[in-house]
Design a protein around this ligand. Structure first.
Ligand SMILES: Nc1ncnc2c1ncn2[C@@H]1O[C@@H]2COP(=O)(O)O[C@H]2[C@H]1O
Length: 227
């Protein structure tokens, strides 16, 4: 349990909770481990649990006729699965799948709801995170409507660098293994188009790719291409 308390202290959603509130909620979480490639739930399923990531990466996506669009990637400290829990009868709005072996903490729907009813602080935090996710979703709608594939690809790489980037000799290293297909599913295009843009970016020495990891050599120079 102590590792959960440490995790909760670092998770913005739970940071403002009092010690008493934390002590109430911690025993309700159940730790579960999942292998890479496990579907946690499908879009349209009944929502039964709230998920908090202790380790690993989870992909949230929708699929249509085998075409996939990635809505978000979540990692340690992120939560998901809350949308279908806030109101009775709502179904899962997207599918969740582990991209790596994952350790997740789950909270049952009834516990999550009871805690929301009792804790205005948690509700406010949840609203803050939801607004931030809505802002990102709006940005994505704009990008898909107005921007070409090259610009969208560069923007996606820059966003990944902001969220998962680590400064490294020679640039900014994105600490996440991504295939061209996964990147294409984030950008909203076909794999061939993303491969072409990545090749151009490598030829122009903006990025280097090593074992599915992207290194951005000069993040400011990359950003200059889009803004
Ligand atoms: N656009 C989005 N951005 C980030 N997370 C999302 C988005 N859409 C759905 N999710 C998450 O994916 C989950 C799918 O199940 P739920 O609808 O229960 O809750 C959802 C959210 O936690």
């Amino acid at each position: 349990m102590s590792k959960l308390i440490t995790l909760l202290h670092d998770v913005p959603l739970f940071q403002d909770l009092s010690v008493a509130e934390l002590e109430t909620i911690v025993p309700l979480f159940v730790e579960r481990k999942f292998k890479k490639g496990t579907i946690l739930f499908f879009e349209g399923d009944a929502g039964e649990e709230f998920y908090l990531i202790h380790s690993g990466v989870v992909k949230i996506y929708r699929i249509d006729n085998s075409k996939e669009i990635i809505l978000s990637l979540f990692r340690e400290g992120d939560f998901f699965g809350e949308m279908s829990l806030v109101q009775k009868g709502l179904k899962r709005s997207a599918t969740a799948e582990t991209l790596e072996a994952c350790s997740l903490y789950t909270l049952m729907r009834s516990d999550f709801q009871q805690f929301m009813e009792r804790s205005p602080r948690l509700c406010l935090k949840l609203m803050e995170v939801t607004m931030e996710r809505l802002r990102k979703a709006n940005e994505k709608i704009y990008d898909l409507t107005f921007l070409d594939v090259r610009t969208r690809t560069i923007k996606t790489i820059c966003r990944l660098a902001e969220e998962y980037g680590q400064p490294k000799a020679g640039g900014m290293f994105i600490d996440m293994k991504l295939t061209h297909q996964q990147l294409a599913n984030m950008v909203g295009t076909v794999r061939e188009s993303v491969t072409k843009v990545l090749q151009e970016l490598q030829e122009d020495e903006h990025i280097a790719i090593d074992k599915k990891h992207i290194l951005i050599k000069d993040i400011q120079a990359m950003k200059k291409q889009i803004y």
